[in-house]
Design a binder for this molecule. Structure first.
Ligand SMILES: *Cc1c(COP(=O)(O)O)cnc(C)c1O
Length: 352
């Protein structure tokens, strides 16, 4: 049978009422791509089996769709007419799409000027009411938390437990795709810490073994690494530009229980890994998505992770087309030549 999304596929692991009307865009079932060239680059001759879980191939281009199908399905079941979220962009796009499909009004609060172009474009196209706030993601989250105590609106940020229920299915897929075994290391970016929490829940529930979790934060937005709220987080990886993660405590628990590691990587490290993914493996992601790989590379270099014979999965959380601006800024502009064969040949010779 063809794939019908994560709720239909993993229904037995999800606490939905039997009568729910499932709101789905057939999300999930994303590829787990073996990355041998990349493995050889970050851990030469170690026999590291490195895999990329390409979550950018979800319907709105990020893993948020796994959680959103669950949150919107439950919201509709409870009779909601309006949903709201604060977002660095991907939650907004995902909420907007699933709300459109369910016929709900959708409000999204985004930090002014700090949302990547592809995310804004999609949220607007799906018909969400995009409200730009003169403040950070964290301030937006405080606002939406308050408004739902005063108005009949459902909050679909990852403090909504249904988001975690949906997102934990990523672990199930990884185990299925690795022939029924969890990897040794599970590497991912950490922003608001919903995803790290959800993956850990998923591995525990599925019973196919437990990985150690490696979380990466951007150095300019690394509250869990430093143990301090960051009042003005800064990083090129806008999806993880968060100074006070809502799931901070659960993230620490996942790290502790899994024997995991949380580490900070610089924007330069993130962009270096972002470039390796595209140029060595043909996988184009938004900058935040490269943070798990940057963390793995760093920990191998520092000797904290022994890669020999290990299996590691890096979750690539969002698609590269989400943030075309960064991609263009990082590249040389294309060279223009006259439209004739001699010019093309001259170009080829000049480049050898
Ligand atoms: C939301 C998001 C993250 C961070 O996930 P959290 O659950 O907030 O930790 C990382 N990368 C991308 C592309 C995202 O959209």
């Amino acid at each position: 049978m063809s794939w019908q999304g994560i709720i239909h596929t993993y229904r037995q692991y999800l606490p939905f009422d039997e009568t729910v009307r499932v709101i789905t865009l057939n999300e999930g079932n994303t590829p787990l791509i073996r990355a041998d060239r990349l493995a050889e680059t970050i851990a030469p001759k170690a026999g590291l089996k490195l895999y990329l879980k390409y979550e950018g191939l979800n319907p709105t281009g990020s893993f948020k769709d796994r959680g959103m199908t669950a949150a919107i399905t439950q919201a509709v079941h409870e009779g909601a007419k309006t949903v709201i979220c604060a977002s660095t962009g991907n939650t907004a796009a995902s909420a907007a799409a699933y709300a459109a499909r369910a016929g709900l009004r959708c409000l999204v609060l985004v930090p002014e000027g700090k949302i990547a172009l592809g995310k804004l474009a999609a949220s607007l196209a799906y018909g969400a009411e995009v409200i730009s706030i003169n403040g950070s993601f964290d301030e937006g989250l405080d606002m939406v938390r308050d408004i739902v105590t005063r108005q009949p609106i459902v909050l679909v940020n990852s403090i909504n437990p249904w988001r975690l229920e949906g997102q934990k299915t990523g672990s199930f897929e990884i185990c299925d795709q690795l022939d029924g075994r969890a990897p040794d290391w599970h590497c991912l970016p950490v922003g608001n810490a919903g995803n790290i929490t959800a993956y850990w829940l998923g591995y525990q529930q599925y019973g196919k073994g437990l990985p150690r979790i490696l979380g990466g934060q951007a150095a300019g937005a690394a509250p869990i690494v430093t143990g301090q709220i960051v009042p003005k987080p800064e990083t090129i990886a806008t999806a993880i530009r968060i100074g006070n993660p809502a799931r901070w405590r659960q993230a620490l628990q996942a790290l502790d229980e899994s024997g995991g590691i949380i580490t900070a990587v610089t924007d330069a490290d993130i962009l270096a890994s972002w470039s390796l993914l595209a140029k060595l493996e043909g996988v184009f992601v938004e900058p935040a998505s490269a943070t798990g790989l940057a963390a793995l590379k760093q920990q191998i270099e520092q000797g904290a992770i022994d890669p020999v014979g290990k299996t590691a999965v890096c979750v690539l959380t969002g698609h590269g087309l989400k943030d075309p601006g960064t991609a263009v800024d990082q590249a040389q502009p294309p060279q223009t030549i006259p439209a004739n064969i001699d010019a093309l040949e001259a170009y080829l010779q000049q480049r050898v």
